[in-house]
Design a protein around this ligand. Sequence first.
Ligand code: FES
Ligand SMILES: [Fe+2]
Length: 328
Amino acid sequence: MERLQGSPWLLAHRSMLKPNQPRKFSLLDEDYVLWQDPQGRIQALPNACPHMGAMLSEGWCVPQSEGSSAVVCPFHALAFDRAGCTVLPGNKSTKSLLQPLELVIQGDFIWTYGGYEPKIPIPELMNTIAAEYQFIGVTGDLSIPTDILSLLLNMHDYNHQNGTHRELFEIEEVEVKQFIDAGLHSHAYLAQLRKQPMLREILKNPAQLALPKVLEAHLENYFPFMGIMHGDNKLLSLKECHFYLPESAQRSRVFVLMYMQAHAPIAHLLKRNLLKLVNVVVEQDAKILSHIYPNTPQRIKLNNEVGMDWVRRNFEQFPVVAEPNFSR
Ligand code: FES
Ligand SMILES: [Fe+2]
């Protein structure tokens, strides 16, 4: 898990942390417990209790002074404050036995470098989206038994609609109209020709209505941690923001934050369905990722694999970027 050290990772959106409810997050072979106190401050400690190793994320929170809270171990009920110190009766505390994970909180975004020295910056884009778009929700939050390279290849694979997602989109043809390679940042402009949905499919999932005959997709990618789908049509503008995290060598996580601007009142009715649709898409990706042999040598090359070539180059060279340039 040395390869991608120094990348920022979006660990969570604030809405994923209910006040005073500890939750476990894994990153780069470490487990952490995160919790949000009633004041909205977010804390992160290693998840293993320094007494006998119980998972603090299975515990609960107790109030402390000034509206902060400590996490309580579910095993013998020792409490740990935000600095990782054991809280003793009378609110006395010991020296810290748990080194807090450093977080970079930007509004509702909980970023971290996983304790490593930053090598690339956190992009401004999410702050811009949050300022201009309405947050619809989190979806497709899945931990998948696959390595991060396989996950990233899948997420930048412009050919897998016909297999992995065949029942959903019924894409007949994909064309990468333009790929702009700006090193660890890239843009892909796709034209995807789809069969028109049947009435019965529309009734089953009205979000299908938001999909036109040619799906024009603009994907904006930030290696290795994020990919944004910018979507626009008559009804709404959508920002589908995918985040990727290496939990360990053989486990990776993905989740999607959805934002939109409604251009017609009916767009608001589609929110729930959009979250559901994207959840199905991510589940389909997770399913195929659990059913591939990741180290098979690739002996067939298709068109439109430019996104995957970009992933492979960056994975080999991170955080440096040298030739080749994949722009076209
Ligand atoms: S294992 Fe946590 S208090 Fe004992
Ligand atoms: Fe997919």
